[in-house]
Design a protein. Sequence first.
Lengths: 317, 317
Amino acid sequence: MYIPTFDDVKAAHERVRPHIHRTPVLTSSYLNELTGADLFFKCENFQKAGAFKVRGASNAVFGLSDEEARNGVATHSSGNHALSLSYAAGRRGIPCHVVMPRTAPQAKKDAVRGYGGIITECEPSTSSREEVFARVQAETGANFVHPYNDPRVIAGQGTCSRELMEQTDGLDAVVAPIGGGGMVSGTCLTLSSIAPETAIYAAEPDQADDAARSFRAGHIIADDAPVTVADGLKVPLKELTWHFVKNHVTDILTASEDEIVNAMILTWQRMKIVMEPSCAVPLAVILKNPEVFRGKRVGVVITGGNVDLKKLPWMQG
Amino acid sequence: MYIPTFDDVKAAHERVRPHIHRTPVLTSSYLNELTGADLFFKCENFQKAGAFKVRGASNAVFGLSDEEARNGVATHSSGNHALSLSYAAGRRGIPCHVVMPRTAPQAKKDAVRGYGGIITECEPSTSSREEVFARVQAETGANFVHPYNDPRVIAGQGTCSRELMEQTDGLDAVVAPIGGGGMVSGTCLTLSSIAPETAIYAAEPDQADDAARSFRAGHIIADDAPVTVADGLKVPLKELTWHFVKNHVTDILTASEDEIVNAMILTWQRMKIVMEPSCAVPLAVILKNPEVFRGKRVGVVITGGNVDLKKLPWMQG
C-alpha cells in the first residue's frame, strides 16, 4: 500500500489545475454570529462536475502514461466520482467505464452519459457489482480508479485544503464530512505537512457513524447499508483512508438526520448556495458542539452540489 | 421630479460601500455553451439582506441628515425593499416603519422583524395600504422611501451595474428583470453615462408584461394584480422609472411561466446558487431569443435570493 506524500499533492495540483476551478471561500456574518466562530466555507459545490471528487479523478486520469491511458479508466460508483471520472476522461479523450446498479436514478445515469461515461449496469448487490466490474475491466483493460481508496485520488483531494489554507491565511480547525474518507484523508495529508497545528474534524451522520465507531474502536467497522439523507456518506473506510483517519484526525463528530436537514436549510437560506445534504453535516456538528469551535477560525468543506432539486429532504414527509 | 445623475450614483457608491457587499460575478461554461453567449452573472442574491434593494435603501437611509433621520424611515412593501430598508435603518440606528398587508406570509413578517423593522398591518387593498401608510407617516414623521420611484433609490441601484462593468471589462448587453423598474432605471442611469454603447434589455413575465406593453404604447400601462411565479415583478412602472425605461432601454423581452421556471431550475442545477424566480426571467429571455445575444458578452443581474425553500415553483402542481 503506497501512502501518498505532500509532494504527491503538489504534483497533483500542477496536474489538475487546468481542469478544475480554484473554488471560492465564502463567509456568512449570520452563521458566524450563530456559531460564535469564524467560518470559512470552501465551496466545492461550484467545482467542475459539481464536486471535489474531480480533483482526485483528474489527478488519476492525467497522471497515466499514454500507454496506461490507452484503454481508458473504469470505476464503480453511482455518485460524484462517476461524474468526475467521466469528466476527466473526457478532457483527456479516453474512455471511462462506469459500473452502476440498474436501480440507480435515471438522472444520475443521464448525468454520467452527459459527461461521456460508458455505463454497464449491474444488479444492486456487492457480489453483482464486483462480478460485473471484473468483467468490464478484463474486457477493456481499463485502469481502475477507486472512488477513494487510491493514493492518486487522495493526493488529488489534498489540493482542496491546500487552496483553503492559502485563501484564509490559516485556520484553527477544518471540518469535512466523512464517508469513505477520501476528502478527510486528503485534508490530513495536506495539513499534517503544511499546518500540523490545525485540528481536523470529520463530520458524520448518526445513522451512518461507522467512521466514528471505527475511530473509537481502533479498527475499521463497516456498516451494512446505512440509511441517511446524507447519501454521499454511506460508504465505509478502506485501509488507505483508515491510515489517515487513525493517525491525523482530531475527532469524529456526528449529527442526527434532523440536525443535518436543518443545517442544510440554514445554509441554503442564508448563504444562497445549493449543496448536497452531505455538506450540511459539518455545520450540523459545529452547531451541536459550540464549545469545540467557539472563538476559532474554522474551515468547512462544502463537498458538492449535485442534488436532485425535485427531491429535497425537507419536502419528504 | 428630480432625475438622478451619474454623480448621484458615484455619491451613492461612497455612501453605501461600508454597508453592502461588492457581490461576485459568476460564469458558467455550460450556460455559455447552451446560449452561445458569454454570460456574466452579477450575484445580488449574495447581497446583504439577500437582494440588490439594499443598495437603494442604504443610499436613502445614509443620505439623510441627522435632523431628517431622527424620525426614521417608512415604506410599504412586503418584499425585499422592506427587508433592505429595515437592515439599513438598523445599521444607522433609526426606526424603520413598514406597512404590510396582514395577509403577507408570516416568514416575510418574521424576516422584516428580524432586521428590526416595525410592522403596521393593513388590509390587502391599495386603499387600506394608502390610508394606513398616511397615518403611520403622520404619526411618526418618518421619511418615506418608495421601493423604486425615488431618485435616491435609483441612484443606489445604479451602483450594481457600475460594479458589473468594472468586474467584466465591458459588456455588449445587460439584461435585468423589470417590475417597478428600479434596477433597470439604475442600470440605465449608469450605463448611459459610462457605457452608452452597451444595450440594455429588460426581462419580464408574459403574465405581468405591463412594462413591455408600456414600452410599445409609449405611456405607462399598469396591470391590476397580475399573476406570475416571478412575484417580485408584479408592480407597475412609475413616472421616474418610466423616464429611464422610455429613454434608455433597448427592448423589453418576455417569457412564459414555464420558461421562467425552467431557467430557474437550470441555474440552480448548473450554477448551484439559490435565487428568486424573478432572477430567472433574464436567462429565460436569453434562451428564447438566441439571435439577439449569440456571440455577445452579456451581463445578467441575479437580483435576489430570498425564496421560500418550502414552496419552490417546480414543487407546485
